[in-house]
Write a protein that binds this ligand. Structure first.
Ligand code: PGA
Length: 255
């Protein structure tokens, strides 16, 4: 039985103390009962992982990083390894976010190295995939998604699939205020599940967590989270607002 999963991607926002404050606010607003049905994850910037880890100690809130590098250690200035993020309490790591694909030119090949590194290190990767507006308008979004899944998950075994979360984030919906309709989200989520069923295993596909991301907020969360095959949300802007983020957790719990 799939649980609901609400993840906050804080992106390049908030300093050290501000991150601590937001984590403490989220902690104080979430009653224990929500965690019986819903996983809650927050992903601050690298520099705030340690302090946020302390702030959420003794709670069920999970911690994730927004990226990692695929090498163990060495002369890779500016990069952060899987062991480093694990040492500050991370269980999850976002990989292949469309902003990294766009601004850091991350390819499916690089993303695949990172996914494999996360798995080998005992981290749970959240693989982000999604088409651009142009690709949607040209109606080639299914092939774009298949390519991102096929190349991003290269050399991932059936057993490893159960440790991976997939986030469908149509690029045209991220930070734009536009969002896919529940029907559009359902359609792609079903498509992703079918791909996993065909390529890996129908039982794994049934348990696969597939999140939707792109302008999810307190107003549209109920419709999106109720859509078939949508297991939760990866939330950017609204995850920085503690009341709204916790409202979305409550909505997920109540569905
Ligand atoms: P948004 O970001 O909710 O601000 O659109 C989502 C994401 O990029 O993960």
């Amino acid at each position: 039985m799939r649980r609901k999963f609400i993840a906050g991607n804080w992106k390049m926002n908030l300093g050290y103390r501000e991150s601590e404050k937001l984590a403490k606010e989220i902690k104080s607003k979430l009653e224990d009962k929500y965690f019986t049905k819903t996983d809650v994850l927050i992903c601050p910037s690298f520099i705030s992982l340690g302090i946020v880890n302390k702030a959420i100690k003794d709670t069920e809130i999970k911690l994730g990083a927004q990226d990692l590098y695929f090498e163990n250690d060495g002369a890779f200035t500016g990069e952060v390894s899987s062991d480093m993020i694990k040492s500050v309490g991370c269980e999850y790591v976002i990989i292949g976010h469309s902003e990294r694909r766009k601004y850091q030119h991350e390819s499916n090949k690089l993303i695949n190295l990172k996914i494999n590194k996360a798995i080998r290190s005992g981290l749970k990767p959240i693989l982000c995939i999604g088409e651009s507006l142009e690709e949607r308008e040209d109606e080639i979004y299914e092939s774009v998604i298949i390519e991102m899944l096929r190349d991003g998950l290269h050399e991932i075994s059936t057993e490893d699939m159960s440790k991976i979360v997939i986030a469908y984030e149509p690029v045209w919906a991220i930070g734009t205020g536009l969002n896919a309709t529940p029907k559009q989200a359902s359609e792609i989520h079903g498509f992703i599940r079918k791909y996993i069923s065909d390529k890996y295993d129908p039982e794994i596909a049934k348990e696969q967590i597939v999140l939707y991301g792109g302008s999810v907020n307190g107003k549209n969360a109920k419709d999106i989270l109720s859509a078939k095959d949508v297991d939760g949300a990866l939330i950017g802007g609204a995850s920085l607002k503690p009341d709204e983020f916790c409202d979305i957790v409550r909505i997920a719990y109540s569905i």
